[in-house]
Design a protein around this ligand. Structure first.
Ligand SMILES: NCC[C@H](CC(=O)O)[C@@H](CN)CCC(=O)O
Ligand SMILES: [Zn+2]
Length: 329
């Protein structure tokens, strides 16, 4: 008679259980977010983001050295201009050659040649209104001006030496504009374009906004980040960004959006898919472990394995330092 009902033998041993997974979490899959302050000697703990700090450029090497030694492969940089009067309507400071991001790209490339440097590209940390673009008089995003400005910033980071630019703005058409400018500037051959293609509006970015000072001064991001219920919109944005020249498709947040991660893998089966475990997810795991809900390490590994199971091979995660200790390989 039928014996296929017996499955236990296929996963009774730890190695057999590992073999059941399509993808195994490795250090090379991890991208570690860094908050780079324009106060060169700053090192400030971010209260809402346990164990994470805002650091000035003079603190970077000492902080990164042990992590690189433990196998850190990639970082993603977020500039945090604290100097009063830096922010304006156009986010002029975003591509300031003396700004924190351009300077830290150069420093990291020079000091840690083995590190893969991703530069997040957005204006919200540099605009006085805190939105991810340039606004019309009515407070909505001026798409043409925003896309032109965002693509200029992306090129500036690429020219400073970033291996990858990752526009997190969610303006329509920025992927095509960035790719075209990278080509025009003659750097497209050495710069990966990682699109935050499916990035959802919601309540999970609070700790990041505390750290980066990037809260919108009015309104919210609901007219440019995707509505949480918009699975079809996300699929359309993913297909659009693939066609506009994205080299990687990112989904953000991760944990509550694993269906979108699997959609991204289905629609972009020939591209790597990235997922960003955002600040709110990170803080929740810490808070729950502190409240005694579960062991932190077990919960973190399970959350990351689930992101892999959904189809991601790149994970942006604030748990990178711990994972470098926990992962053998
Ligand atoms: N450019 C948007 C930044 C956005 C947060 C926001 O919407 O304000 C993310 C950074 N790419 C937040 C990331 C996080 O919460 O960890
Ligand atoms: Zn932004």
């Amino acid at each position: 008679g039928e014996i296929s009902s017996q499955l236990h033998g296929g996963y009774s041993h730890p190695l057999a259980r590992a073999w059941q997974a399509e993808r195994q979490l490795t250090k090379s899959m991890l991208i570690y977010p860094l908050f780079i302050s324009d106060q060169d000697d700053e090192e400030t703990l971010i209260p809402s983001l346990p164990n994470q700090h805002r650091r000035g450029i003079n603190r970077l090497v000492a902080f990164l050295e042990p992590l690189v030694h433990k196998g850190l492969r990639s970082v993603i940089l977020f500039g945090v201009p604290l100097t009063p009067g830096t922010k304006d309507q156009l986010g002029t400071a975003a591509d300031d050659p003396n700004g924190p991001v351009v300077r830290s790209i150069r420093l990291i490339r020079q000091r840690f040649p083995q590190l893969y440097v991703v530069a997040d590209v957005c204006l919200c940390e540099y605009t006085s209104h805190g939105h991810c673009g340039i606004l019309r008089d009515d407070g909505s995003l001026n798409n043409a001006m925003s896309v032109d400005r965002i693509s200029d910033v992306a090129v500036a980071y690429a020219q400073a030496g970033a291996h990858c630019v990752a526009p997190s703005d969610m303006n329509d058409g920025r992927i095509r504009a960035i790719k075209l400018k990278l080509i025009e500037e003659g750097v497209a051959h050495r710069v990966m374009l990682m699109s935050y293609a499916a990035k959802f509006s919601g309540c999970l970015y609070g700790p990041f906004r505390d750290a980066a000072g990037s809260c919108p001064s009015f309104g919210d991001r609901k007219c440019y980040q995707l509505p949480p219920g918009g699975r079809g919109l996300a699929r359309r944005a993913i297909v659009r960004d693939i066609n506009e020249g994205a080299d990687v498709i990112m989904v953000k947040p991760a944990g509550q959006y694993l269906d979108i991660v699997s959609d991204a893998k289905e629609l972009g089966k020939d591209l790597p898919v990235a997922a960003y475990q955002v600040s709110g997810e990170y803080a929740m795991l810490h808070a729950a472990a502190k409240a005694g809900v579960f062991d932190l390490k077990s919960a973190v590994l399970e959350a990351h394995e689930s992101i892999l199971r959904a189809g991601a091979t790149i994970i942006v995660t604030y748990f990178t330092p711990e994972l470098l200790d926990w992962l053998g390989n």
